[in-house]
Design a protein around this ligand. Structure first.
Ligand SMILES: [Zn+2]
Length: 451
């Protein structure tokens, strides 16, 4: 057997009956998210004696035969498999080929390989290489760096949607945000909690680089494995480099459900996880109030959806009511920025009513003459004056915010004194008094403005 061994570099498309000796580095399940997470196949990444990496796939029907033997780090002899070209997109190795197990594939653990095999293999890319790969979806490289901070939405017990954002310092001294989602976020959080001392070095595999607002973001994929400190040789080497980085204690901060986020991070968040609905805290300055979008709309008094005006009445399509009762509600779009980026934020009725202590209908009464559609009146001065002000606010991110052409974030709370909201208040959804001006003052301002 020993004299007919092949290397991964010898493989050609078609059936292969010869033997390859390789170490199984990592494996993971490929699931169909659109079909309720149905298991489709198992992805494996292996390394041969030359250090060449190869992707292998075990189809669903063959999994019962091999699954139990899959152990990361174990050396196997593989023979009798198919070799095919891998997809152009999301490549896991440098090879254009991949191994597919078939019914005749022999996959046996090997106690004594012919030659010693590398203990590990990664495809680390530096910052400029990752920027080159970003948004191309061609390659899913690995990353190594130093842990600067970790933010997590994982609570105990974990709720449905979760996200962990890890700030990683690369060799170039630049920092980049690595995001993990849902079950991987929970696993990462738990892994970190279980470590007595905060780790300093992180290795993450099969990540998807994205550019958002001119900044590089790294998103975890289903194939992402995370290793800390000396769990890998590469990590260990980095660990013993004298980098001067102090362990950040505690790395995993007390993790409220609501975490602060920069607007660049918020923009990145939406790109990567449109299905998630999570609240975050942001602080930003209002650059512009979007006057074109108006400031209010006539809403159904039952469901708050925008009503359709017919000649004589208002129709609510959601309630299927052709004579709906309308109430005026705020809806104002603003461009808000911080040091990192600008985003489009929508202030809805509740939060603006609370902020200004004035209902939209009352504002309309002050502004409009009888018979004038309030939706067509000028934006109230107290809203226009929000321009240039800085607010700390809570943002809800969900799929609704993200369409192909329009990306907005919904502001759900504003912090008192522009400071941070106490977490317990948020969780209990206690209304936060936020009186900027009293109604009387505002009316006085309004009169002054009219002159
Ligand atoms: Zn309705």
């Amino acid at each position: 057997m020993a004299n007919c061994n092949l290397f991964f570099s010898d493989l050609k498309s078609g059936r292969c009956s010869k033997v390859v000796e390789a170490r199984l580095l990592r494996f993971w399940e490929a699931r169909n998210i659109k079909r309720g997470g149905e298991l489709m196949w198992m992805d494996l990444v292996m390394v041969d004696v030359n250090g060449a990496m190869m992707q292998a796939v075990i189809g669903f029907s063959l999994l019962p035969k091999h699954r139990e033997r899959l152990t990361a780090g174990t050396v196997f002899s593989v023979s009798g498999f198919d070799v095919s070209r891998c997809a152009q997109n999301f490549r896991l190795t440098d090879s254009p080929l991949m191994i597919r197990f078939n019914e005749n594939t022999s996959f046996e653990e090997l106690a004594e390989p012919v030659s010693p095999l590398p203990e590990e293999a990664f495809r680390f890319r530096n910052q400029s290489e990752m920027i080159g790969l970003a948004n191309s979806n061609t390659q899913l490289p690995d990353v190594i760096g130093e842990l600067v901070s970790v933010r997590s939405t994982v609570s105990d017990p974990p709720e449905e949607k979760n996200r962990v954002m890890v700030t990683v310092k690369l060799e170039s001294e630049e920092t980049v945000t690595l995001s993990l989602f849902d079950s991987q976020a929970v696993a990462f959080h738990r892994q970190l909690e279980a470590i007595r001392d905060d780790p300093r070095v992180i290795v993450a595999t099969i990540i998807n680089p994205k550019m958002v607002g001119g900044r590089l973001f790294l998103n975890a994929t289903s194939g992402t494995h995370v290793y800390f400190d000396k769990n890998t040789i590469a990590g260990s080497n980095r660990f013993y480099q004298d980098t001067g980085l102090q362990s950040v204690a505690p790395l995993l901060r007390s993790y409220a459900k609501v975490e602060t986020m920069t607007i660049a991070e918020l923009n990145g968040f939406i790109v990567s996880a449109a299905s998630q609905e999570i609240d975050f805290l942001c602080t930003g300055r209002v650059d512009r109030v979007d006057l074109d979008k108006g400031w209010c709309y006539v809403a159904c008094s039952v469901c708050s959806k925008k009503l359709k005006q017919t000649v004589s009445a208002f129709t609510c399509e959601r309630c299927n009511n052709s004579h709906a009762v309308g109430t005026l509600r705020y809806r104002v779009e603003m461009a808000i920025s911080d040091d990192t980026a600008e985003g489009t934020f929508v202030w809805f009725d509740g939060v603006l009513t609370k902020l200004h202590s004035l209902r939209a209908s009352e504002a309309a009464q002050m502004l409009a003459a009888d018979g004038v559609n309030p939706e067509e009146t000028m934006i109230p001065q107290f809203i226009a004056e929000m321009e240039g002000r800085t607010y700390t606010f809570q943002v809800r991110v969900n799929a609704y915010n993200f369409t192909q052409h329009h990306k907005t974030f919904t502001i759900t709370h504003v912090a008192k004194d522009h400071g941070r909201l106490p977490v317990d208040e948020l969780e209990n959804n206690v209304s936060i008094p936020c009186v900027v001006k009293t109604r009387v003052q505002m009316f006085v301002d309004y009169i002054a403005y009219q002159k």
